[in-house]
Design a protein. Sequence first.
Length: 329
Amino acid sequence: MRHQRRGAAEASLSFLDVISCGFGAIVLLLIIAKVGDPAALEAAEQQLQELVKEKQERLFDVRGESVVLNEQMQSRKEQLSELTERVARLKANLASVEAQSIEISNTVTMESEQLKLALQVLTEEMERLLPQTSVENQLIGGIPVDSEYIIFVIDTSGSMQMAAWDKVQREMINILNIYPTVKGIQVMNDMGQYMFSNYRGRWIPDSPKMRDQIIRTLQTWAPFSNSSPVEGIQAAIKKFYRKDRKISIYTLGDDFSGRSIRRVVKAVDRLNQAHKGADRLVRIHAIGFPVHFPPGRTPTASAVRFAALMRELSYNNGGTFIGLTSLQE
């Protein structure tokens, strides 16, 4: 029987194991070890470090710029908030101005309508007062001149004194010239105060000398006035009316400070109501001075009320209302 040799095969396998391990170790050393020129590798490593350092510095710069931009953004947000609040306030102011504009527009419209009414009233009166003379009806310029006694009730307020006083004196002369002679004259202001205290409650005798004295005194006569002719008219009727007297009251003024025209008209109607078929106790005439009618502008409400009041009083009490268009003529 033939026997196999096992010793040589085992030796061959051990040798191969050693060779394989040695070859693997060499390959591992080649992988771990740096391959190439050491100087080049050092230069590459240095460049890589410088690049990393540069990127780090750039990163720090970017972070700093980010902080600055965040601060600027916060500042812009605050400014935007302030601007938003300001816009809100401006919108509120605009709404308020628009509301005021609407209110002013409504006021101007109302005053314009009042002006149209006043101008219509003045136009009607001017047409009614076209120059004419009627001996039969004793009319001069449309004004009845059948009275034997005349009373002047004059607005002595500041506006009349400053703007219309020269014109008032000329109109007084014109009125006196309409009546060549009368039995008595009296001059009061719109509050019922007498020009001559020594003739308080009694008639001033008519004469050329006395008429001149009235005009001269009128130049500097300036008692207190409330710009309402009501008190003067009522005082004149109560104090001077008698059944045997034909009296005309001439009211000279520019505005009416009272609130109710209707109330004044009713009060004068009750006071000046005659009896037994007669018309009125006294005639009431009025002359309106355009102190508060500036050219091209809306007249004041008090001036419009005066025109409406005196037109109604003169119409109801047998008189005439004349609205002057100028203070110069």
